[in-house]
Design a binder for this molecule. Structure first.
Ligand SMILES: [Fe+2]
Ligand SMILES: [Fe+2]
Length: 302
């Protein structure tokens, strides 16, 4: 499914080189712009924007339909990786037609967002090449919206993610809509631990289905050599209840704690690079092709 959204003209232009005073400075010197592409604060789900109403309807549908059973079915289906064979770069180009309806900040082709994020991180962490590539691939799972990949509805592809099979934490955006989710009243799934145990590790927890978990499966099943922190970032980058609000820590193990540090670093760039910073795709392409060669040497099964 391709969704075209008219691009309004009131976004701010941010030039990282000489307008640092317009934004906060992150750890590595990356300038945080004050506003998203629509001129609002980032992740402001109450701001009156052209997107806001659509975003709320989106989360209502998402929260009602993402049940434990649904997630299990989706994982089984997509674990087969029998849809398409293509390289990471081919996928970046394919993703260009997709606009994410759940995102109140972003109104640009996805490849721009991928490269903005990757280039911003590369500037501040030049030696962590795995992190640059993680940034490039983190959203590629959004191809689930396209016909070749089953053309899933937006609510099953994008937006924040959360565990299923245990209680929905209050910090999850538009939490009230979970009341209409069948799991909400099911005693097997609605307690603090639900079907899980203390410290079981996020690896053993089912997350609401979407582009994060799908891209994680693609990377893992294709035997990518990305480090564990890279795979963790891909898998949990939309899990805001965890990395923003600190919920669900009782399910984490030690390795999760370590990886979470990297996810928090990554998230600043994922969020704040969604602004009007332009990237010259052709100029940076050779660098990213070399990273793809290093960490994903073969064509991937999707
Ligand atoms: Fe994402
Ligand atoms: Fe992203």
């Amino acid at each position: 499914m391709t969704v075209i959204v008219d691009q309004p003209n009131f976004g701010i232009e941010v030039d990282q080189k000489d307008k640092n005073s317009e934004g906060l400075i992150l750890d590595g010197g990356f300038a945080v712009p004050n506003a998203n592409a629509f001129g609002h604060d980032f992740r402001d789900y109450e701001a009156e924007s052209e997107r806001q109403e659509g975003v709320e309807i989106f989360y209502k549908t998402n929260h009602i339909h993402q049940t434990y059973e649904f997630v299990k079915r989706m994982r089984e289906e997509y674990m087969k990786l029998d849809k398409v064979k293509m390289s990471i770069w081919e996928c970046c180009e394919l993703l260009n037609n997709v606009v994410d309806e759940s995102d109140p900040d972003l109104d640009e082709p996805q490849i721009e967002h991928l490269l903005q994020t990757a280039e911003a991180i590369r500037k501040d962490y030049p030696d962590e090449d795995w992190l640059h590539l993680t940034a490039l691939v983190h959203d590629l799972g959004k191809v689930l919206l396209l016909p070749e990949f089953g053309e899933l509805p937006q609510w099953a592809v994008v937006g924040d993610t959360n565990p299923v099979g245990c209680a929905f934490d209050e910090s999850i955006v538009h939490h009230k809509y979970f009341k209409e989710n069948p799991d909400y009243n099911n005693p097997a799934y609605n307690s603090e631990f639900g079907v899980y145990e203390k410290g079981c590790g996020l690896n053993n927890v089912f997350m609401s289905w979407g582009h994060d978990d799908y891209m994680y499966l693609v990377a893992k099943e294709n035997k990518s050599t990305l480090p564990s922190a890279g795979l963790f970032i891909i898998r949990y980058h939309s899990f805001y209840a965890l990395h923003r609000s600190g919920a669900y820590k009782h399910l984490m193990n030690e390795e999760d704690e370590e990886n979470l540090k990297w996810l928090k670093i990554f998230n600043k760039y994922d969020l704040y690079s969604k602004s009007k910073v332009r990237v010259d795709v052709e100029k940076v392409k050779p660098y990213y092709l070399s990273l793809i060669q290093k960490y994903f040497p073969e064509k991937l099964r999707w």
